[in-house]
Design a protein around this ligand. Structure first.
Ligand code: TLP
Length: 345
């Protein structure tokens, strides 16, 4: 059966070039700082993001966790969006393991938080309150339709943070999608922030890994917090080698994923029983709603799955699709045919 897997860009498998690089990678013990391939990836990543230093970690979740643990102590507070991946999908790890208190501000449909609401959420120095330490942004914003967050907005948030002595972290799991969609150098998107985490294992198709970037001092602290959560990975150059290929060969092609997401959205918009807001499709993530009363999102997902088209239901009427390296324009047209049949049934 022909399969078109749109559940996530995390399903991407390593390219032949990655497998070759992995097989040939020079390695050493990275806990001693002696893995040349990990070191090279970290240098490349820091350079790409315009930061002093970088740290290879096992996953996006680990990257966000070690960053929050490095910025905040127990009883400190992080301000973040109510739709943030870190708030919803990371098991509350920073609270559970780090005693960091989350202060949520509503995300607006475009993934930003209202600047005034952020500023209002910062606590005055008072023994009743946790200490506000950090503001966390997400770019692109997964739950907010994969919307890219602009450099101007990020700068405005950073200015608020500076005024009050807070730091800014960006969950940039898909920050290269944002850079491609906005047509800017990725450095501009993180120029004013203290730390950024980006993923190699999503649209960039590496099998494993994310990278945290920031100042030398911050990365030294993040290295400590990575170790305590069990993230010291020894001969991790085997994995970093694929990450290097991801950074050098897989960034520019993200534009194809964006074009395919638009193609899918436009096709879905023409299918009776579905509703898509075309204005909100700007990267590789799209959400749409099942408007036919007699059909739930999960029922439609099951019908599609039986025909090899895989998507995720994220609410009673809502479905998410994510275009990725293994999905071509022809696959999109095929998937649209399957959608049409599933809704006719
Ligand atoms: N997102 C996954 C799922 O967890 C929902 C997906 O399929 O989109 N930040 C953001 C913005 C993410 O979207 C994700 C993964 C992470 C962090 C966590 O990365 P991993 O899965 O590597 O821990």
């Amino acid at each position: 059966m022909r399969v078109v897997d749109l559940r996530s860009d995390t399903i991407t498998r390593p390219t032949p070039a990655m497998r070759r690089a992995m097989a040939e990678a020079e390695v050493g013990d990275d806990v001693f700082g002696e893995d040349p391939t990990v070191n090279r990836l970290q240098e490349m990543a820091a350079e790409r993001m315009g930061k002093e230093a970088a740290l290879f970690v096992a996953s996006g979740t680990m990257g966000n966790l070690v960053s929050l643990l490095a910025h905040c102590g127990r009883g400190d507070e992080v301000i973040l969006g109510d739709q943030a991946h870190t708030y919803i999908y990371e098991q509350g790890g920073s609270a559970a393991l780090g005693g960091i208190h989350p202060r949520v501000v509503p995300n607006q449909p475009d993934g930003t938080m209202d600047l005034q609401q952020i500023e209002d959420a910062i606590r005055p120095d008072n023994e009743h309150f946790p200490r506000s330490r950090l503001i966390a942004l997400e770019n692109t914003h997964n739950r907010c339709y994969g919307t890219p967050i602009t450099a101007e907005y990020t700068k405005a948030v950073s200015q608020i943070a500076r005024r009050h002595g807070l730091k800014v972290h960006v969950d940039g799991a898909r920050i290269f999608n944002a850079a491609i969609a906005l047509g800017v150098d990725v450095k501009e998107l993180v120029a004013d922030v203290d730390s950024v985490m980006f993923c190699l294992s999503k649209g960039l198709a590496a099998p494993v890994g994310s990278v945290v970037c920031g100042t030398r001092e911050f990365i030294a602290q993040a290295r400590r917090t990575r170790k305590v959560v069990g993230g010291g990975m020894r001969q991790a150059g085997i994995l970093a080698a694929a990450g290097i290929v991801a950074l050098t060969e897989m960034v520019d092609r993200l534009a194809e994923d964006h074009a395919n997401a638009r193609r899918l959205a436009e096709g879905l918009a023409n299918i009776d029983g579905l509703s898509v807001d075309l204005d909100r499709v700007s990267t590789n993530i799209l959400y749409f709603d099942v408007t036919r009363e007699t059909l739930t999102a999960q029922e439609l997902v099951d019908r599609l799955n039986a025909e090899g088209v895989r998507v995720l239901s994220t609410g009673p009427r809502r479905i998410r699709a994510v275009t990725n390296y293994h999905v071509s324009a022809d696959d999109i047209d095929y998937a649209l045919g399957v959608f049409q049949r599933a809704l006719r049934a």
